[in-house]
Design a protein around this ligand. Structure first.
Ligand code: C2E
Ligand code: CA
Ligand code: CA
Length: 869
């Protein structure tokens, strides 16, 4: 082995040079290549040991100057790996053992030197093997160190548990990062892990563990850890059973990962989608719910049921006192007593979120009810499980009028994104409230007489209908009295209209107090008042004189003037004088007219008063013939763009030339057509005629405006209405055959859903739809925003009063802004003066129609106004 390569370097610790010579010769004799050096002092030996290359030490045992044992000790200290062989003349058994114990590799007796080469060779071989082993071990150690470093740097924590003992075998170093505890702590304390799991999650975790160990079900769960510093960490813990070759479960290996951030992120997404869901439900409610209180209750309900908030409320601030009252409170706060709340800054009650939100018009929140400074009623909220509260102002016309508050069970619920979404939501609610306000104002103004505050004709008609229905079902009579003030025009002329107004107001108060409430009184027009009386005509007759004496007996004192009024009355009673509200009214009117003609103070209806019934039948017959023979025709009135004054559309208005001369007004014959059902055929003819005219104009190269045809309730109510229209249009379905429709509000009130779907179908055919006479009916915001409409037509009654009457101006302006919010075009009809047109322009009305521009005209006359394309 040693014949090739480097020679063996030997140090001989020997005082006897001859012996040394012998030993070297012996080695060489055995075929070893040897380089040697002899030392016999400690100093030289140290030098030799310091040489870089030294393979073996041969040492005598006893020397005069240097002791063999000392040499051994020195060499073990300085070169522990180099073989040390005693070569000695004498060596007792005891010494030999001591020498080997102290690290000698071998010993050879000088008397038996033939063994020396074998001993050296074996020692060298052993040394080599040891050296190799050391290399492997060093490598192993390095690898283990590197592995530990990797483990240390991994974000996850690995673990291994022995089965079935469930003893923890291994925990990787990052237990420190995740649990906040070193691996050794787990090895020492078997319960530590369970204890670190959040109390609420512990049972679930143990359950999953049991399933893994007993049934080998997958173990992959999320739970919370509570670290020694109190911080809570969400982890994902996964494990699997490791089996022996024989299939016996030996241990479970697993990994724990910190997913706190992920969980936070997931929850944020969930929170946001929760709020989006909330938003969309509330937006639907905004369209669906028509009055304020109902809306508040609905959004509070949705916040709890859809938004999964713990509680929600809407609070409204009293504009004078600043006191906040709860319009609704849902969820855990429902029915809970609360501290008083105010919008005012100078009182304790105004220091909470609601007060701050109302004053700043900005959302306010406590994201941590337990710890935030200044939380009013903290204990109360905590007891209800409320951890965060956000309060969002609701504003109408830029002024905060109330708040919408949400109570969350999670701390830090309201972060930037949520707040932005909720702010938008509050803005939508505010917008709806604003529309409702406008709507209510229109409804109020449209249903009340502005001068006296009494109900007007529109409202009165409703009430009369209701009164008759009530009377019918209760089997009671009800009586209608119409009052026409005498000489009233004279008062106006003589004393000035403002005195006249004051007198009317005073009369209204007097009637109100006598009759006890205004529900049954109305002002129907200039000097006509009406009253509904829950009694028979006979009962009324008995006390009519004293009542009239009370109304008209005492003089009215106005600005130092004594003014006396008197009135004529026409009276009709249900069921005796009429079977419904309309005939009752007609007959009361007939009595009033008769009273005025005959000079009676009051007249109760009697059949002879009304000869009109016969007339009516006559009219019906003639109209039937007219429809059959197509004697009804259309005139067309232009609608103009207010800015450019160009014709942008036409309205078709039905005309009838009565056989015995004279055009009959549609106001007279349309109701008869409706009562007899003839309107269905007449209406069909109108649509067909309008479309035909439009197409003939087009064919002749004229710039034909679209033609709007009026549609009666009777027509729209038919299930087949869409089909009726399609038939009337014939083949001309493209672009709706140039035809649009005008429908009245009252018509849409019944069967809303059906109306909506019919209108939608019509619009798909290309017909546009206008709501006619807007402002006189009751259509609510909810309907308006839902109806598939293109245009609102402001009733000409409002246009008439536009320049004279502030109420009408206000109605018109409100209607226009309402239409704009709903993205509808507005047309004002009945425009008769330039002044009205100017004012409408200022109010940003889109289109106008009226005698100022053109009366309804026969088609030939209109043609002159149309331009070629
Ligand atoms: P409407 O739909 O409100 O039609 C507008 C009415 O105002 C028309 O009365 C028109 O002649 C009149 N008008 C136009 N400009 C002015 C103006 O500057 N001042 C005033 N004071 N009035 C103006 P008309 O033609 O007498 O029709 C009355 C109503 O009869 C219509 O009111 C509509 O409700 C109904 N009507 C007319 N044609 C038809 C029809 O073909 N079918 C149905 N169902 N109803 C119709
Ligand atoms: Ca119309
Ligand atoms: Ca109209």
């Amino acid at each position: 082995m040693t014949m090739s390569g480097d020679p063996i370097r030997v140090v001989l610790v020997e005082d006897n040079l001859a012996d040394a010579e012998l030993e070297v010769r012996e080695l060489k004799r055995a075929g070893l290549r040897v380089e040697h050096r002899v030392v016999d002092t400690e100093g030289d030996f140290r030098l030799a040991l310091a040489e870089s290359h030294l393979d073996v030490i041969l040492s005598d045992f006893s020397m005069p100057g240097f002791d063999g044992m000392a040499a051994l000790a020195l060499s073990r200290e300085l070169r522990p790996e180099t073989p040390f062989i005693f070569v000695s003349g004498t060596l007792g058994e005891d010494y030999a053992i001591r020498a080997l114990k102290n690290g000698a590799t071998d010993y050879v007796l000088k008397s038996n030197l033939v063994r020396l080469s074998a001993a050296v060779e074996r020692a060298l071989a052993d040394a080599k093997e040891r050296a190799e082993r050391r290399g492997v071990e060093a490598e192993l150690l390095g690898a283990r160190k590197r592995l530990a470093e990797i483990m240390n740097s991994l974000p996850d924590m690995y673990w291994s548990v022995e089965l079935p003992s469930e003893r923890i075998l291994y925990i990787s170093p990052n237990s420190a990062g995740i649990f906040g505890r070193a691996p050794e702590e787990f090895l020492r304390d078997a319960d530590l892990w369970n204890e670190a799991v959040h109390a609420e999650d512990r049972a679930r975790m143990l359950e999953a563990w049991k399933k893994l160990v007993l049934k080998d079900l997958p173990f992959d769960i999320e739970y919370r850890l509570v670290r020694p510093d109190g911080r809570i960490v969400w982890v994902n813990d996964r494990g699997h059973v490791v089996r022996s070759v024989a299939g016996v479960p030996e241990r479970v290996d697993g990994v724990v990962r910190d997913i706190t951030e992920q969980v936070e992120h997931r929850r944020r997404i969930a929170r946001l989608s929760r709020i989006r869901e909330l938003s969309s439900s509330i937006n639907q409610a905004l369209v669906r719910v028509r009055e304020r209180q109902g809306l508040f209750e609905e959004i509070c309900r949705i916040a709890v049921h859809v938004g999964r908030f713990k509680g929600a409320h809407v609070g409204l601030a009293d504009p004078q006192s600043g006191d906040v009252r709860w319009a609704c409170r849902t969820g855990v706060i429902r029915g809970q007593g609360e501290l008083p709340v105010s919008a005012r800054e100078d009182v304790e009650a105004g220091q909470g979120l609601v007060g701050r939100a109302l004053r700043s018009a900005q959302p306010q929140m406590w994201n941590d009810v337990e710890h935030d400074a200044g939380v009013r009623n903290r204990e109360h909220f905590l007891a209800l499980g409320i951890a965060a509260i956000g309060t969002f102002p609701l504003s109408v016309e830029g002024k905060p009028i109330g708040v919408f508050s949400l109570h969350a069970g999670e701390r830090e619920f309201f972060d930037q994104e949520e707040v932005a979404l909720l702010q938008e939501l509050a803005a939508n609610v505010s917008f709806a409230l604003e529309l409702m306000n406008k709507q209510e104002r229109i409804a109020y103004l449209a249903h009340h007489d502005a001068l006296t505050g009494l109900p007007n004709r529109v409202l009165f008609d409703e009430r009369l209908k209701q009164a008759v229905e009530d009377a019918r079902s209760a089997g009671r009579p009800v009586t209608l009295a119409l009052f026409d003030l005498e000489r009233f025009k004279g008062i106006n002329d003589a004393l000035g209209p403002h005195i006249g107004d004051r007198v009317l107001q005073a009369l209204a108060r007097r009637m109100e107090s006598t009759r006890g409430g205004i529900e049954r009184i109305a002002r129907l027009g200039g000097n006509v008042f009406a009253s509904i009386l829950p009694e028979s005509a006979d009962e009324l007759e008995r006390r009519l004189e004293p009542d009239l004496a009370r109304f008209f007996g005492p003089a009215f004192e106005v600005e130092g003037q004594e003014i006396r009024l008197s009135a004529k009355l026409g009276i009709a009673s249900f069921p005796r004088d009429g079977a419904d509200a309309a005939s009752l009214f007609r007959n009361a009117e007939a009595s009033l007219k008769h009273a005025k003609e005959t000079g009676e103070r009051f007249l109760f209806y009697a059949p002879h008063i009304n000869a009109r019934a016969a007339e009516q039948r006559e009219l019906e017959n003639r109209l039937r013939k007219a429809v059959e023979q197509r004697e009804l025709f259309l005139h067309y009135q232009p609608k103009l763009d207010l800015a450019s004054r160009k014709i942008v559309g036409l309205e078709a208005l039905m005309r009838w030339q009565a056989p015995e001369g004279g055009l009959v007004s549609p106001v007279k014959f349309i109701p008869v057509l409706e009562q007899t059902g003839l309107i269905l055929e007449a209406g069909r003819q109108a649509i067909a005629a309008a479309s035909l005219l439009y197409r003939s104009w087009q064919a002749r190269g004229l710039d034909a405006p679209r033609i709007a045809v009026n549609v009666s309730a009777l027509q729209l109510r038919r299930r087949s209405f869409v089909e009726d229209v399609r038939m009337a249009l014939g083949s001309a379905v493209a672009d709706g055959g140039g035809v649009d429709l005008e429908i009245t509000e009252s018509l849409l009130m019944s069967e809303v859903e059906e109306s909506i779907s019919k209108l939608r179908d019509l619009r798909t055919l290309g017909l546009r739809v206008a709501l006619d006479d807007f402002g006189t009916g009751y259509s609510s915001l909810a309907y308006l925003s839902k109806l598939p409409l293109d245009t609102l037509k402001i009733d000409r009654g409002f246009v008439r009063g536009l320049t004279a009457n502030a109420d009408d101006t206000s109605i018109v302006s409100t209607i226009i802004s309402l239409a704009q919010s709903l993205r509808l075009k507005v047309v004002a009809e009945g425009v008769e003066t330039e002044e009205q047109a100017q004012l409408l322009r200022l109010l940003r009305c889109d289109q106008v129609q009226g005698f100022l521009f053109s009366p309804p005209l026969p088609p030939e006359r209109l043609e002159a106004l149309l331009k070629p394309l």
